[in-house]
Design a protein around this ligand. Structure first.
Ligand code: SAM
Length: 252
């Protein structure tokens, strides 16, 4: 399943099996290999990115903004631009926010030549405090899970406030299952997925330790309930692979 060919952008960060618990950061070393890391770690990543672009084009309102919070290297912003162009959607400002300068530097050099004239604004900021512009689409793919749990509802409330009527939030997260048996099975299958992508036992164990208490997953039920609590009219689960899921929340 995996492409075993290694290049300088291949993720070998944990190949020596050394990582202090909770030490994972989105620094320059991670930014360099991030594309490879996320594709080989998140089952369904490529589908989620492509579908996020398609959903963004479906709900984008010309003359408004489409924001990606925790945009990393800009894969989803690029998918949005392509899907909007294909659907003939008029001017929509693409805004990417990330607190990692290393990610944003790479995002800028990667996206600018590809956007075919679409307006792009990249902002280095914490999503918890950045001013959110009025938008028809906001995306939050695998970023909420890195915030302290107490900070999540306030951010989702601000996102709901920033969305225009009919606007949507596209949310993707690692999730845990309420049923311990199902949770254990999903975790074990996820480890198998990583093995199939060429990660060794050492790498899987070291990454698990590095990310411990840095990425704090919640149940799908808790995610859905909170979206409704902060004011969204509907929250639809539109995709799930093992312990990763994506939701679409619509503002009335
Ligand atoms: C797993 S990555 C997101 C992947 C990306 N959405 C994609 O589709 O490829 C999480 C990103 O969120 C950023 N991030 C984490 N906490 C953040 C915060 N409080 N404010 C802004 N960005 C944050 C990280 O720097 C990282 O680039």
């Amino acid at each position: 399943m995996a492409d075993q060919g290694m290049s300088e952008d291949s993720d070998r960060l944990f190949a020596h099996g050394e990582a202090a618990p909770g030490s994972f950061r989105f620094d320059a070393k991670v930014a360099r290999v991030f594309d490879d890391m996320i594709r080989r770690s998140v089952p369904g990543y490529a589908t989620t990115v492509a579908m996020s672009g398609w959903l963004a084009a479906r709900f984008a309102q010309p003359g408004t903004a489409c924001q990606d919070l925790g945009c990393s290297l800009g894969a989803t912003l690029l998918a949005c631009a392509e899907a909007m162009t294909e659907a003939g959607i008029g001017p929509v400002e693409l805004i990417g926010v990330d607190s990692s300068k290393a990610m944003l530097d790479r995002c800028r050099s990667r996206l600018e030549p590809e956007l075919g004239g679409r307006q792009l604004t990249l902002i280095e900021a914490d999503v918890r405090t950045v001013e959110l512009r009025p938008s028809s689409v906001i995306m939050l793919n695998w970023t909420l899970q890195f915030l302290p749990p107490a900070d999540r509802a306030p951010l989702l409330t601000r996102i709901h406030d920033a969305l225009l009527p009919g606007g949507v939030l596209i949310l993707s997260e690692k999730i845990i299952d309420t049923d311990p048996g199902a949770q254990q099975l999903a975790e074990s299958l996820h480890a198998d997925f990583k093995r199939s992508q060429g990660y060794s036992e050492l790498e899987i164990a070291a990454k698990r330790s590095a990310i411990e208490d840095v990425l704090i997953p919640e149940t799908l039920e808790a995610q859905k309930a909170r979206l409704l609590q902060v004011g969204f009219a509907t929250a639809l689960v539109w995709y799930r692979q093992l312990n990763f899921a994506s939701l679409l929340a619509v503002k009335a």
